[in-house]
Write a protein that binds this ligand. Structure first.
Ligand code: SAH
Length: 349
């Protein structure tokens, strides 16, 4: 969806300003899938709008539901790029996990999306639309409202900063979908300029940092982005974010058996995060083609205990939807490489 385009077209057609509000509210609050559902608009206008600026731009190419109620949707953009989005259920509340890019250029070794490479950045409208499509499905199945969003699907949000922030502003607009800003989290692999910019935003979003290693040597092996932004710069940016916003940083730490899960590494992590301002979420590894193994439960609890001894609060995050490859790091579209070949062939012709 492209609300600014719709607003401009309606203005050019000389329609009164409330017409745009009707479309906007119908799409964001009413979760309308196309103009035909907006019955407060004259039928002729609905038809003209459908031709000039379709309400939805993404095509849903696949939908799967896992045993735990997680729903994963695969989409394709108008120009053929694949992406995925997931809705999860935690007790009473629902969380949507959205993509910021089709693919991702950062190539973290444990992540299936990283193996795809980057297709392209998604637009603000393509990001918001993922939420609205998921929210509609959840609502129609009696699942209630989606109250939380995490930008933890495909892509590095801070490599697409403006579109991601624009989407967050739309999703939190009280006149629209109306999520609480504190219920929207942006997760980064450690792209420092994005953390610095977020620290200066008036919108009170949550920041999550995918850390996964307590020193540069190990982190570089797992996450090549560390060469560009070593831990010293990264932690300085996080401390500055904390100082400027008063908000904590949620650290994600993926436990890989024999790689980053020893007591020594836990102690090193506690020293790195020393003092307040951080909360660590230990996350289970979801199998990808990378061949790592997740840590055994005893190692997870020993790691958490060591962190707490070092004064760092830690919790363990259960995984959702791994039976349908909807869990963290499993979002990768099998057809992505084929699509790139297809585009190349079309270019040759
Ligand atoms: N680029 C952003 C957001 C996408 S990744 C970021 O790095 O934060 C969302 C989360 O899933 C990150 O914490 C990422 O490290 C984690 N993740 C990636 N692969 C995983 C896997 N195989 N198992 C579990 N978590 C994984």
């Amino acid at each position: 969806m492209h609300f600014e385009k719709i607003r401009t077209i309606l203005a050019e057609w000389g329609e009164p300003a409330y017409r745009f509000r009707q479309v906007y509210e119908g799409a964001t609050r009413g979760l309308a899938a196309d103009y035909s559902e907006l019955t407060s608009l004259p039928a002729a206008l609905r038809g003209r709008l459908a031709d000039a600026a379709p309400l939805r731009e993404l095509e849903v190419t696949d939908e799967r539901e896992s045993r735990d109620g997680t729903i994963k949707l695969a989409f394709r953009t108008g120009d053929g790029f694949p992406l995925e989005a997931v809705a999860m259920r935690h007790r009473s509340h629902r969380t949507a996990c959205l993509s910021s890019q089709s693919g991702c250029p950062l190539a973290c070794t444990f992540c299936a999306t990283g193996a795809m490479g980057l297709g392209r950045n998604l637009t603000e409208g393509e990001i918001v639309e993922q939420l609205l499509v998921l929210a509609r499905i959840v609502r129609d199945r009696g699942g209630g409202r989606i109250g939380n969003v995490v930008m933890m699907g495909m892509g590095e949000p801070f490599l697409n900063y403006d579109a991601v922030l624009g989407a967050c502003r739309l999703m939190t607009d009280p006149a629209g979908h109306g999520l609480g800003a504190r219920h929207v989290a942006i997760s980064t692999a450690g792209w420092v300029p994005g953390i610095e910019r977020l620290a200066a935003e008036p919108l009170q979003l949550r920041l999550a940092l995918s850390l996964h290693a307590p020193n540069d040597e190990l982190r570089t092996q797992l996450m090549p982005v560390t060469k560009r932004y070593p831990l010293e710069r990264l932690m300085a940016a996080c401390r500055d974010y904390r100082a400027r916003t008063g908000r904590r940083v949620f650290v994600e730490y993926l436990l890989l058996e024999g790689v980053n899960d020893s007591r020594r590494e836990a102690a090193e992590l506690a020293r790195l995060l020393g003092g307040e301002g951080f909360h660590v979420n230990l996350i289970a590894y979801n199998p990808t083609a990378a061949g790592y193994r997740g840590s055994a439960p005893e190692r997870v609890s020993a790691f958490a205990a060591e962190l707490r001894r070092g004064g760092v609060p830690a919790s363990y995050r259960r995984s959702h939807g791994s039976d349908i490859e909807a869990a963290c790091g499993q979002l990768a579209v099998k057809g992505a490489a084929a699509r790139r070949r297809e585009l190349r062939r079309a270019a040759v012709r």
